[in-house]
Design a protein around this ligand. Structure first.
Ligand SMILES: C[S@@+](CC[C@H](N)C(=O)[O-])C[C@H]1O[C@@H](n2cnc3c(N)ncnc32)[C@H](O)[C@@H]1O
Length: 365
C-alpha cells in the first residue's frame, strides 16, 4: 500500500479510505500474506484518481468505474475527452481574462454580463452530475417530439445531455457542449459531438431533422442556435417553455408563489413567439402529465412534496441559478404551506387534473 501510495502521489490514508468504502480494494496477496494491489486494482485506482482530479465526487466515481459497459479503453477515451474539454474551457477563460485586462488598461470596464460570460457554458459542468437522478424520458412527451420529426431518418439532437429524447428508430447524432453531460451518456447512445448550438460543425442540410429538448433557455444566443439548426436540417423540432407572464411565470404556482426570482432569469431572453418567428415555426402546446417521468422544473406540479427533495432540485438548473438564499426561502415556505394546508387551499383544483398547461411548447418548422 505504501509503495502504491508513493507512486500515485496520494497518502496511505486516502488508500485506506478507498479500501474501506469499497472503491479500490487491494485484491492480491504478498507471499507473506499481506494484502496487495493487483495490476487491475492499480488500473482502477488510476481511473479513480483521474476522475477525482476532474472534480467528480466519490459516489459518482464509484458509479463510473463500476459501470460494466465501460472497459479500460472506454475510460481512457472518456477521461481524455473530459480533460481536453477542461483544457479548452481553461484556455477560453484565459483569453477572456486577457481581453478584460487589456480593456481595463485602456480604462474600459466590462459589464457584469460580459464578466459572467467567462464562466458561461460552465453551468452543466457544475450541476450536470446530479442530472440523471430524476431526468429521464417522459414517454408521452417523447411521442409528441418523435411524431413532429415526421419521416426524418437522420436526426441531430442539439443540447442532447444524456440523450433522454433521442428516437430509438432513427440515425441520431448528438451535440453537447458539457463534458460532464457527455460522459453520462449511456453506453450505446448515439455518437456525440462536443459543440454548441450557435456554431454547429455540420454542412448545410446535413440532416433530415434537428431537435432540441429543454435546452435553448441555456443557449447564449438562442436565435443564432435555432438558425443554425435550420441551416443544417430540413425540419426543426424544439421543446421549450413560454417564459412570458401569461405562460410559465404566472401559471405555475411554484414560480408565482414561492420562487418569483425565476422572472429574473428570463429578462432579456427572446419570447417564445420571437423564437418561433426566427425560424418560421408553428407553436403547439404540450401538457404535462401529473405523473411526468422527467423531473424538469414544472414536472411535479401536482406532487408539491417532491420540491422539498434535494435530489429533485439539484437535477434542475433553475434552483442553482436563483442562488441558495432564494432556494432555501422557497423550500421553507413551501414546506410550511404543505404542513398548514395553505398550499392545498390555494391549489386544490390541481388535484383533479391529469395534465396541466404550464406554457410548455413544441416549435415545429
Ligand atoms: C436541461 S439539459 C437538457 C438535456 C437533454 N436535451 C434532455 O432533455 O435530457 C440542457 C442541456 O443544454 C446544454 N447546453 C447549454 N448550452 C448549450 C449551447 N449553447 N448549445 C447546446 N447545448 C447547450 C447543457 O450542457 C445541457 O446538457
Amino acid at each position: 500500500m505504501g509503495r502504491v501510495a508513493e507512486l500515485a502521489g496520494v497518502s496511505v490514508r486516502t488508500l485506506h479510505h478507498y479500501d474501506e468504502i469499497g472503491l479500490v480494494q487491494p485484491s492480491a496477496r504478498t507471499p507473506v500474506g499481506y494484502r496487495a494491489y493487483s495490476a487491475d486494482d492499480v488500473e482502477r485506482l488510476r481511473e479513480v484518481l483521474a476522475y477525482r482530479r476532474l472534480g467528480f465526487g466519490l459516489r459518482e466515481i464509484a458509479d463510473l468505474v463500476d459501470d460494466p459497459a465501460t472497459d479500460a479503453v472506454a475510460h481512457l477515451h472518456r477521461l481524455r475527452g473530459l480533460l481536453v474539454a477542461q483544457r479548452d474551457s481553461a484556455a477560453a477563460m484565459v483569453t477572456a481574462i486577457d481581453r478584460e485586462l487589456e480593456a481595463r488598461t485602456m480604462g474600459i470596464r466590462t459589464t457584469p454580463e460580459e464578466q459572467l460570460k467567462v464562466f458561461g457554458a460552465q453551468l452543466y459542468e457544475l450541476i450536470g452530475s446530479a442530472y440523471p437522478a430524476t431526468r429521464r424520458t417522459e414517454p408521452r412527451i417523447a411521442a409528441r417530439v418523435w411524431e413532429a420529426l415526421g419521416d426524418a431518418r437522420t436526426v441531430l439532437n442539439v443540447g442532447a445531455g444524456t440523450g433522454s429524447y433521442e428516437p430509438p428508430d432513427r440515425e441520431v447524432t448528438a451535440v453537447e457542449p458539457s463534458a460532464v453531460m457527455r460522459a453520462q451518456r449511456p453506453a450505446g447512445a448515439a455518437p456525440c459531438v462536443a459543440a454548441s448550438a450557435e456554431r454547429l460543425p455540420f454542412a448545410d442540410q446535413s440532416f433530415d431533422a434537428a431537435m432540441a429538448f429543454s435546452t435553448i433557455h441555456h443557449w447564449q444566443d438562442p436565435i443564432a442556435g435555432l438558425r443554425e439548426m435550420r441551416r443544417v436540417a430540413r425540419r426543426v423540432v424544439v421543446f421549450t417553455h413560454d417564459s412570458s407572464d401569461a405562460g410559465w411565470l404566472n401559471r405555475f404556482w411554484l414560480s408565482r408563489d414561492y420562487l418569483p426570482e425565476v422572472a429574473d432569469l428570463v429578462v432579456g431572453r427572446p419570447t417564445v413567439d420571437e423564437l418561433a418567428g426566427a425560424i418560421g415555426a408553428r407553436l403547439e402546446p404540450v401538457l404535462i402529465p401529473w405523473d411526468c417521468a422527467d423531473g424538469f422544473f414544472e414536472a411535479y406540479w401536482r406532487r408539491p412534496e417532491a420540491y422539498l427533495e434535494e435530489h429533485v432540485r439539484r437535477a434542475v438548473s433553475v434552483w442553482t441559478r436563483v442562488g441558495p438564499q432564494a432556494e432555501r426561502r422557497a423550500v421553507e415556505r413551501l414546506r410550511e404551506d404543505l404542513v398548514s394546508g395553505r398550499w392545498a387551499e390555494r391549489n386544490g383544483e390541481l388535484v383533479g387534473l391529469d395534465a396541466a398547461e404550464l406554457g410548455l411548447r413544441l416549435l415545429v418548422a
